[in-house]
Write a protein that binds this ligand. Structure first.
Ligand code: HXC
Length: 264
């Protein structure tokens, strides 16, 4: 039996993390770098990306920032081609970039719908398509999409995000079956409520909302970006070599729902 050394698991490998300037994306990028990998972080604003680069270098990895909006398919192609050509390989892609706000669906403007679907669904496809053109010829690659459990159970006020993330799950399963025999795995991770600025502002903007969210989690706590990154690292690497087309739910049991009866 061979036991994989996770401290050097991504040695010599190259990953791209979209939305890598903050929250879960930043934590996954740093986790990849900590295991010896080279990581590129993609996002719209340079400053937060540079901070992730600094943190990734601090743990001993190599890192670079790529300023690019995932909604721009041509820019995505150029950025990913450049990355793969500079390093001679692309081993992993994490589609983490997201946009979200809570709003009654009947008030959501077509442009608001489009903004979120463009980032989450279209952006994930543009990046995956561009990455696949380097992974498939190499016969090796791992794609991980960060989604949310409301992709299947739905949630009031999140119709754009839920529809887009549901689309991402269907995309992942389709590509997993299409590319499985060619060495490219495609999975999803569905974190529960995570202590990040982006999610907090969008989904629990005040103390009362935060308490309500917490009361829905059997584990009785929020998760952290580092904890999500640990699960992501598992799915990205060879420990998960036989897992594809799967969604790993890491939500402290939240989507199971809490019984509303008297608790024991
Ligand atoms: C209603 C809104 C709105 C709001 C924007 N819009 N915010 N409508 N309520 N709070 C509308 C605008 O009025 C506009 O429509 C349209 O959306 C586009 O807005 P822009 O600001 O021009 O777009 P843009 O600058 O591209 O910003 C995209 C964005 C923004 C999605 C709206 O929020 C964003 O970039 N967010 C990225 C960071 C983020 O949200 N991270 C959270 C991810 S957390 P009109 O018709 O007026 O032109 C997450 C966790 C989920 O996803 C899982 C939990 C378990």
């Amino acid at each position: 039996m061979t036991i994989l050394d996770t401290s050097t698991e991504f040695d010599g490998q190259v990953a791209l993390v979209t939305g890598g300037g903050s929250g879960i994306g930043r934590a996954i990028a740093v986790r990849w770098a900590a295991a010896g990998g080279t990581v590129a972080v993609m996002g719209r604003r340079s400053e937060p990306l540079q901070e992730t680069v600094r943190l990734a270098e601090e743990v001993g990895g190599a890192a670079e920032a790529i300023q690019c909006d995932v909604r721009d398919a041509d820019a995505v192609d150029a950025a990913i081609d450049g990355l793969a050509e500079r390093h001679g390989r692309l081993d992993a892609l994490v589609n983490n970039a997201a946009g979200n706000f809570v709003t009654p669906s009947e008030n959501l403007s077509p442009n608001g719908w489009k903004a979120v679907v463009d980032i989450v669904l279209n952006g994930s496809f543009y990046c995956t398509r561009a990455a696949s053109r380097h992974m498939l010829p190499a016969g090796r690659g791992s794609v991980l999409n960060v989604i949310a459990t409301y992709a299947w159970h739905g949630h009031p006020g999140t119709v754009h995000s839920a529809a887009a993330k549901g689309g991402v799950v269907a995309m992942a399963r389709t590509l997993a079956s299409e590319w499985g025999a060619r060495g490219v795995r495609v999975n999803c991770i569905a974190p529960g409520p995570t202590e990040t600025e982006g999610a907090g502002q969008a989904l629990w903007p005040n103390d009362e909302a935060r308490a309500r969210v917490l009361s829905s989690v059997p584990a009785d706590r929020f998760t952290t970006p580092d904890e999500v990154a640990e699960s992501a690292a598992f799915l990205l690497g060879d420990r998960a070599a036989y897992i594809t087309g799967e969604v790993l739910v890491a939500d402290g049991g939240q989507w199971l729902g809490k019984a509303v009866y008297t608790n024991p």
